[in-house]
Design a protein around this ligand. Structure first.
Ligand code: ATP
Length: 434
């Protein structure tokens, strides 16, 4: 994991937030490559969960909601972690993460455990008193439930259907750590899928297998690095009737949750009906019956998926992939759709104006369709390695032959195979790889 952290920083994927001021624990910034890759993850999820399905629509809600939402959802009362503190060094720990009841840092005695609410507080308006308290959402899901009626009244949806959204969530984690695995500000991709009561078991299984399909078939994560862990009854969250965690086998950490799939019953809509006084029932025209639908929720974190993808793709090879070499180089074997840069445009030399001009024309041709990087500095071998390191699947080289016959070479990252193609066929040729 240490290697991954330093790689992510060195190549501009992820930086410690506010680093020039010494950082801020539990917060990270995504650099040029990280922000592109994060967008790829969001786009892929959006495509898989919304665009390619006739039964799922999207919303994009505000981060701060009426505080009553959190009263109704149970977060104000129950969204807590058990907190303890060392009597000697005063470090704080999550009691459920400790294996024994001594301070893991100094072996001092620990204080009694108390429940600590994870919601981050703020105040709305100029007066900071109890009437102006508000919370940064700890999950995006509740905003979907409180918009259930709005969506139902404006769309022609028939059960079963889903409402999905991607957005930031905030949790005042007691012990943020393991890089972007546990942070205080992160991004969630959540979908609430509303079904007829009685049909929740089938849909729960369906969504577990669909979500696994996204990880393996779309993102390209190996099956053996994923695991579905059933959450035992006594460990279920206050709203859940059933739940599994989809876990990834992280280096150092081992298998850890990247997504939860929960069967939430009718808990949330019922609570919001009770607290808001609004009728949140659905009229089922087929059954001629009004009821509160049951809900299946796949909920995953963009940041944890990104970390998993980098861990999965990170490979080290002897330099030049020549096994006699002692120097190591990095190859990021991301699937092309996940790579932050899709295509590198490399003029063989930079002191030939015709080659440079041609290369710029190739950049103009490809960049509206693919994230492209133009690079003319260093030897061609060095430039290929630079692209391998950040996972760029295709590098295009413009050379002397290009000036004669309008062909360029496409080099493929994993095989290092090079093929000559006509510039006019280039776009189509790359498009075929996605
Ligand atoms: P954990 O048990 O690890 O604290 P959780 O079960 O509380 O996680 P959920 O409430 O199920 O997490 O949230 C859904 C998803 O949101 C998680 O699977 C994870 O990908 C992401 N997530 C939750 N908390 C964090 C966090 N502090 N930092 C980064 N991602 C998070």
């Amino acid at each position: 994991m240490e290697k991954i952290v330093s790689f992510a920083k060195r190549k501009g994927f992820i930086f410690q937030s506010s680093s020039i001021y010494g950082g801020l624990q539990g917060f990270y910034d995504y650099g040029p490559l990280g922000s592109q890759m994060k967008k790829n993850i969001r786009d892929s999820w959006w495509n898989f969960m919304i665009n390619t399905r006739p039964d799922v629509v999207s919303v994009d809600s505000s981060i701060i909601l009426n505080p009553k939402v959190w009263e109704a959802s149970g977060h104000l009362k129950s969204f807590t972690d058990p907190l303890t503190e060392c009597k000697s060094c005063h470090k704080r720990f999550r009691a459920d993460h400790l294996t024994e009841f001594k301070c893991p840092e100094c072996r001092g005695d620990l204080m009694d455990v108390r429940n600590f609410n994870l919601m981050l507080k703020t105040f709305i308006g100029p007066v900071e008193d109890s009437t102006s308290v508000a919370y940064l959402r700890p999950e995006t899901a509740q905003a979907i439930f409180i918009n259930f009626k709005n969506v139902l009244d404006t769309q022609r949806l028939k059960i079963p259907f889903g409402i999905a959204q991607i957005g930031k969530a905030f949790r005042n984690e007691i012990t943020p750590g393991n890089f972007v695995f546990r942070t205080r500000e992160f991004e969630q991709m959540e979908m609430e899928f509303f079904v007829r009561p009685g049909e929740e078991k089938e849909w729960f299984e369906y969504w577990i297998s669909e979500r696994m399909r996204w990880y393996t078939d779309i993102l390209g994560i190996k099956k053996e690095n994923l695991r579905v862990k059933k959450i035992e009854k006594q460990e279920l969250a206050h709203y859940a009737i059933d739940c599994v965690d989809i876990e990834y086998n992280f280096p150092s950490l081992g298998f850890a949750e990247i997504e939860g799939v929960a069967s939430r019953g009718d808990y949330d809509l019922k609570q919001h009906e009770k607290y808001s006084g609004e009728d949140l029932k659905y009229f089922d025209e087929t059954l001629k019956e009004k009821y509160i639908p049951y809900v299946i929720e796949p909920s995953c974190g963009v940041d944890r998926v990104m970390l998993a993808l980098i861990c999965e793709a990170y490979n080290e090879f002897p330099k030049g992939r020549n096994f006699n070499s002692n120097n190591v180089e990095t190859l990021l074997k991301l699937k092309p759709i996940m790579a932050p840069v899709k295509v590198a445009i490399l003029p063989l030399v930079r002191n030939n104006q015709d080659i440079v001009l041609k290369a710029k024309q190739v950049f103009d041709l490809l960049s509206p369709c693919f994230v492209a990087e133009y690079d003319e500095t260093g030897t061609i071998g060095k430039r290929y390695r630079r692209q391998d390191e950040i996972g760029t699947p295709f590098s295009i080289t413009i050379d002397y032959k290009t000036l004669k016959d309008n062909t360029v070479t496409i080099r493929e990252r994993d095989t290092m195979k090079q093929e000559r193609v006509l510039i006019k066929d280039l776009l189509q040729c790359i498009q075929k790889q996605f």
